[in-house]
Design a protein around this ligand. Structure first.
Ligand SMILES: Nc1ncnc2c1ncn2[C@@H]1O[C@H](COP(=O)(O)OP(=O)(O)OP(=O)(O)O)[C@@H](O)[C@H]1O
Ligand SMILES: [Mg+2]
Length: 437
């Protein structure tokens, strides 16, 4: 759940909780005041009985009080029964009713020469109180719902405002994580979020600086290494052909040559990757046919394949159309894919390089399929990451840069490179090159 949604929920719940609590307190107070109002009504009835009894005593007319009580009993539904005690004798006003379901509350009133008693129905009293309370509950519920709706709107607005800058910082961090160094977030305000944005921006600028430094460093170091390496290689070749060296020395020279060659491969790949990273790779496309490039590459590796006991075959569909491509760069891709296939296929296996028009006719499809060790499913995603080498039973050498470079070169041509593999059965690397429409 996003922080924006969480904040909106928390604020809404807070507002709703406060509104509900206020409603509950209000209802409690209202119930209290309703009870007091009912009490007051009972007290007024009893007062009126007392006053009527005093008037009846003054007029020496006890019937007056009895009539009044009969009237009250008829007029007030809450009065169940009344009786008067005069001269030590109780006299009921009307028939004595049966005890009602909710019980009765008997209240005595002292009157001149005796007392009167009025019995109220508890049920009628509490029903009247409940009806008044229900009306208040409805009002409070309506008010709470209104506050809740307003709270929801206010919370959503508040959550959006408060988290807007956090979301922008998150976007900048995601971009930096994806490699878009130098990306910034708006550094507004002097609060913690503003300071966080400024920190992220400073980090992003520093990372960009360091990245530039790294690229320049790698490019210049690899560039500087190439000339002395070339000199070592040519000198070693010269020495190897010198008859003055015996077999022992020749073995030593061969070891130096192999190491220098590995180092040269590494330096070349590193330089190539650095050029791609800095956007400085020379890309000079020209109208070209893919078929001969595929056949030449396969031919180049024929000797190595034979040496490794692998059947290498090139299958080029006839009449492939011409398209604009950089033959040197594409040869580099084919070389890496074929050399990988040979490296990761044991003796007795097969490697097939093929080129054809894609079924939809919109691109040329070139693939290098082998019957080698294959690649585990969980490693497929990192296959094209620089320096990534997947563990497998065949201990082949390499820098782990070939596929990353190949992918960039294919993408430079507007195509895409993908891999399919089944561990133990083999792999197929294929790339497409879009044909002009
Ligand atoms: N055909 C293949 N079969 C099995 N694994 C492969 C195959 N092609 C590539 N891989 C795996 O992918 C990794 C990366 O290949 P990549 O070509 O980038 O590097 P490399 O061949 O190790 O070194 P480099 O090409 O730079 O000399 C390899 O180390 C290997 O583990
Ligand atoms: Mg390789």
């Amino acid at each position: 759940m996003s922080i924006r949604l969480k904040l909106a929920l928390i604020l809404t719940l807070g507002i709703a909780g406060a509104a509900a609590a206020a409603g509950a307190v209000f209802l409690h107070l209202e119930r209290e005041s309703l009870r007091q109002a009912e009490e007051e009504k009972v007290r007024l009835v009893l007062d009126s009985v007392r006053r009527m009894a005093e008037e009846a005593a003054l007029g020496k007319d006890p019937l007056m009080l009895l009539d009044y009580l009969a009237f009250l009993k008829k007029d007030r539904p809450e009065i169940q029964h009344c009786r008067v005690e005069l001269g030590g004798r109780w006299q009921d006003v009307g028939a004595v009713p049966a005890e009602p379901a909710g019980g009765m509350v008997a209240r005595a009133v002292p009157i001149p020469g005796g007392s009167a008693e009025v019995r109220f129905s508890s049920e009628v009293l509490s029903r009247r109180e409940a009806a008044a309370l229900a009306a208040t509950v409805r009002l409070v519920a309506r008010a709470t719902a209104l506050v809740f709706a307003a709270g929801l709107l206010v919370s959503a607005g508040l959550a959006w405002t408060l988290t807007r800058r956090i979301v922008l910082i998150e976007g900048a961090l995601t971009a930096i994580g994806e490699g878009r160094l130098g990306e910034t977030a708006p550094a507004e305000g002097s609060d913690e979020i503003g300071r966080l944005a400024r920190g992220v921006n400073a980090m992003s600028a520093r990372l960009k600086e360091l990245d530039e430094l790294k690229k320049t460093f790698v490019a210049s170091v690899t560039h500087e290494l190439r000339s002395p390496l070339g000199a070592i290689q040519s000198r070693v070749s010269e020495m190897a052909s010198d008859a003055a060296f015996g077999p022992e020395q020749r073995r030593g020279l061969e070891a130096i040559r192999a190491s220098a060659s590995r180092l040269e491969h590494f330096v070349t790949n590193l330089l190539e990757a650095a050029k791609i990273e800095r956007g400085k790779l020379e890309f000079t496309p020209k109208p070209c046919r893919l078929g001969p490039l595929v056949e030449d590459a396969a031919l180049f590796f024929a000797a190595r394949a034979k040496e490794s006991g692998i059947a290498l075959e090139a299958k080029v569909a006839p009449g492939l159309p011409e398209l604009r491509l950089d033959p040197d760069l594409l040869t580099q891709v084919l070389s890496n894919l074929i050399s990988n296939a040979l490296k990761f296929t044991p003796a007795g296996g097969a490697v097939t390089v093929s080129a054809r028009t894609r079924d939809d006719g919109k691109a040329l499809l070139c693939s290098v399929a082998d019957s080698g060790v294959g690649i585990p499913a969980d490693a497929m995603a990192r296959l094209f990451t620089p320096f990534e080498r997947i563990r497998n039973p065949l201990k082949a050498t390499g820098t782990g840069l070939g596929l990353a470079i190949s992918k960039s070169i294919v993408e430079l041509h507007g195509g895409s490179l993908r891999a399919e593999s089944e561990p133990g059965k083999g792999s197929t690397f294929s790339f497409s090159l879009p044909l002009p429409t």
